[in-house]
Design a protein around this ligand. Structure first.
Ligand code: CO
Length: 150
């Protein structure tokens, strides 16, 4: 396992669209382990592959309720709307107020290539929407209604 460097807001890679993963191999498993390690080290609760300079549709989240890892995630349904504060490891020193769906249904693949559909709520739903946005080159600051420095 290894800590990867987190790219910052100035890096144009954060604005690019990530490609789907087609091979569920050891390289992917190593990537997931590295992403978790990098996220925990940086004290974050979510990380998307483009944030470590890799344009692949892979995200990890841990909002204190356990590890979530998703390959090729797709939001199938969004319900409700709720405001909350978000930050991003690629946008250091800032936070912003963002409206998100309160509950989402997500389709994704596991590291072994198994397709799953799950429902997430509250913090996990917010973190997942934030990370899935990263896969399409969208940052939370694009959606924030209010921004403030830490
Ligand atoms: Co982020």
């Amino acid at each position: 396992m290894a800590i990867r460097e987190i790219v910052k807001i100035e890096d144009p890679i954060l604005r690019k669209k990530s490609r789907e993963v087609t091979e569920f191999n050891q390289k992917l498993h190593t990537l997931l382990e590295d992403m978790f390690e990098t996220m925990y080290k940086a004290d974050g609760c979510g990380l998307a592959a483009p944030q470590i300079g890799l344009l692949r549709r892979v995200i990890v989240v841990d909002c204190g309720k356990g590890k979530i890892e998703m390959i090729n995630p797709k939001i199938l349904e969004m319900h409700g709307e709720i405001g909350g504060v978000e930050g991003c490891l690629s946008v250091p020193g800032k936070h912003g107020h963002v409206m998100r769906a309160e509950k989402i249904k997500v389709e994704f693949y596991t590291r072994s290539g198994e397709k799953k559909v799950k429902v997430y709520r509250e913090f996990e739903a917010r973190a997942l929407q934030h990370e899935i946005d990263h896969l399409d080159g969208i940052l939370y600051i694009d959606r924030a209604t209010k921004e403030f420095d830490d």
